[in-house]
Design a protein around this ligand. Structure first.
Ligand SMILES: Cc1ncc(COP(=O)(O)O)c(C=O)c1O
Length: 369
């Protein structure tokens, strides 16, 4: 029995991608596998995404592109993040496409010894306020510089939405800034991919799909709107598991955990589960969060420690060694990453990305075994 295990259902990722690919067609599906596939394992997630119809993969960093190639992943890969000189070299050696918005960057890229055939996606910042240029003329000059450089290709025109999950009206304003510019670039320089939509836009703003969508969160079966993934037919791929390492009775008035934040009101049994905040079970989860044991909900009791949590098993405790599901389903009960996110005042993305490397990953296909 492993103390802490993330079981990742690759068939669920594949199914989610099949669904997304079908929904967004004729737009192409690019699946975002940055941050170790949002905690799911970048290489296995990438392979499952491709099996589910992803024509492209996207990552944030050059190192992540290199990791995909080292793992045997073929096909188009886009590095979406900013690249320093040494990082550009890594991205080019990984045969990844890169993003540009300044002519100086294009000049350095065009002169790079490993640049032959590299695809470049020019980024217009239409309201995200992060990467890209806000100036459509600078973006157009950048695109022209790429198109006229002999060894590199103008492969895409892109932007990124700030509010597609909670303010679609602003996302539509961004789209209204992006589309005429991207269309003009395409008219001037020939075929290229116009892409803007993340998961929330791909599902909620059909006109934003353009030639390609870049979906991360939905591919992993999490809801981009922070609600129930079932609303969009998505299946969560990740289950976080541990087990009951210790089961013991405590009397009324006795406590469990740091700070004595749980004091038993009546005699009960405490279970100790060897997974804690160093594994990604955030300390702020505390009271009111449940785990699943033998198909029933069991509340956390007291403070989350670095390596352990304690749960209140009540008067009829399960056996020592019983399996504990922290995120996932057991019987008819489910605990979603979205439930944790709501409790923590954050987003589901942060929940799975925070599952630390100390937690073993096991990839499988099909129902939890
Ligand atoms: C530029 C860019 N495109 C697409 C995505 C995928 O977003 P989502 O996971 O919401 O689908 C991200 C992720 O943050 C991103 O940074």
């Amino acid at each position: 029995m492993l103390r802490a295990l993330a079981r990742i259902d690759l068939a669920a990722i594949e199914r989610n991608c099949l669904l997304l690919a079908r929904v967004v067609a004729p737009a192409a599906l690019c699946v975002v596998v940055k941050a170790d596939g949002y905690g799911h394992g970048a290489v296995p997630a990438a392979r499952a995404a491709q099996a589910g119809g992803a024509a492209w993969l996207a990552v944030a960093t050059a190192g992540e592109a290199a990791e995909l190639r080292a793992g045997g992943i073929a096909g188009p890969v886009l590095v979406m993040g900013a690249l320093s000189g040494p990082e550009l070299t890594i991205a080019l050696h990984a045969r990844a496409d890169v993003v540009a918005w300044r002519e100086r960057f294009v000049a350095a890229l065009a002169a790079h010894p490993a640049a032959d055939g590299a695809g470049v996606h020019v980024k217009l910042d239409t309201g995200m306020g992060r990467l890209g240029t806000r100036d459509p003329e600078e973006a157009s000059r950048t695109a022209a510089a790429v198109a006229s450089a002999p060894r590199i290709r103008l492969a895409g025109a892109m932007t990124h939405f700030a509010t597609s999950d909670d303010d679609p009206a602003f996302a539509r304003e961004q789209l209204a800034r992006f589309k005429p510019w991207a269309d003009a670039i395409r008219t001037e320089h020939g075929p290229l991919l116009r892409h803007a939509a993340n998961s929330a836009a791909a599902l909620g703003i059909p006109e934003s799909r353009l030639d390609m969508v870049r979906c991360g969160i939905a591919a992993y079966g999490m809801d981009p709107f922070g609600e129930d993934p079932r609303n969009h037919g998505l299946t969560p791929a990740l289950e976080l598991r541990s087990y009951l390492a210790e089961v013991k009775p405590i009397a009324a008035g006795e406590s469990a955990g740091y700070g004595r934040r749980f004091v038993a009101a009546a005699p009960t049994w405490i279970g100790t589960v060897p997974i804690g905040y160093a594994d990604g079970v955030r300390r702020a989860l505390g009271d009111g969060c449940d785990v699943l044991i033998d198909g029933r909900r069991v509340p956390l009791a007291g403070t989350v420690s670095m390596d352990n949590i304690t749960v209140d098993l009540g008067p009829a405790p399960p056996e020592r060694g019983a399996g504990v599901v922290l995120i996932g389903a057991q019987g008819s009960e489910r605990v979603l990453a979205e439930d944790w996110a709501r409790r923590l005042g954050t987003i589901n993305y942060e929940i799975t990305c925070a599952i630390s490397p100390r937690v073993a990953r096991e990839h499988h296909r099909g129902a939890a075994g």
